[in-house]
Design a protein around this ligand. Structure first.
Ligand SMILES: CC(C)(COP(=O)(O)OP(=O)(O)OC[C@H]1O[C@@H](n2cnc3c(N)ncnc32)[C@H](O)[C@@H]1OP(=O)(O)O)[C@@H](O)C(=O)NCCC(=O)NCCS
Length: 188
């Protein structure tokens, strides 16, 4: 796993060069999403949903509804939508949205399978925490499946703490009910 990427920071973005699977290099940028990224974000969500293990979203993905929800999230000022782009293609996304608790933001993220383990999750989360602090958010909250060791390690490394174990919290389309762990990061 690549540990120390050299990120060059711009105004609201950061970029670096990453080694690709075929031993080439790709310019990767972490930046705020725009409407032009929505189709790419839906492709990432669809591919990760197809793995059937890591996120609550399942196939078939309602692209119109999810696209509209992303469009609204990008437009609003009380949340953040970030993308990781490799050579112009979206390979990861992270969304922060206002939760029912004032000044607490919900968090969801996904990296395309071929781009995992190379520091992009960490870079997206670093950028999201920076954005949340700039919005004076008090905390970030998320739900993660207990079998998702990579995600739990990433969140724990960033200071998220487990808050509750939610038994049979998520109903899957096959009728199974999966447990979740609720995690929270205090920012104040
Ligand atoms: C979880 C996820 C976002 C991590 O992103 P990533 O780009 O692979 O992670 P990084 O390469 O930035 O690694 C950051 C940290 O995550 C943890 N991590 C990443 N992959 C791991 C693995 N396979 N096993 C254990 N820990 C892992 C480590 O703590 C790592 O830090 P380290 O390199 O200093 O040890 C990514 O695996 C993913 O998108 N998975 C599918 C979707 C998903 O699970 N979304 C979250 C739902 S709650």
């Amino acid at each position: 796993m690549q540990s120390a990427l050299e990120w060059t920071a711009g105004d609201s973005s950061r970029s670096c060069k990453l080694q690709t699977m075929d031993e080439g290099t790709a310019e990767v940028a972490i930046r705020n999403a725009t409407e032009d990224d929505i189709e790419g974000m839906l492709d990432v969500l669809s591919a990760v949903a197809a793995e059937g293990r890591w996120i609550a979203t399942e196939l078939p993905l309602d692209r119109a509804a999810r696209g509209q929800s992303l469009r609204e999230s990008i437009a609003r000022s009380d949340g953040t939508v970030l993308v990781a782009c490799a050579e112009g293609t979206v390979v990861g996304e992270l969304t922060l949205w206002p939760s029912a608790t004032p000044r607490e933001l919900g968090l969801g993220m996904a990296i395309a399978a071929g781009w995992r383990g190379r520091g992009l999750g960490r870079a997206l989360l670093d950028a999201a925490i920076e954005a949340a602090r700039a919005q004076r958010a008090r905390a970030l909250r998320l739900l993660v499946f207990p079998h998702n060791a990579a995600a739990i390690a990433l969140y724990a490394r960033h200071g998220f703490e487990p808050m509750a174990y939610l038994t049979e919290h998520v109903l899957r389309r096959n009728g199974e009910r999966w447990d979740c762990v609720s995690m929270r990061l205090r920012l104040d």
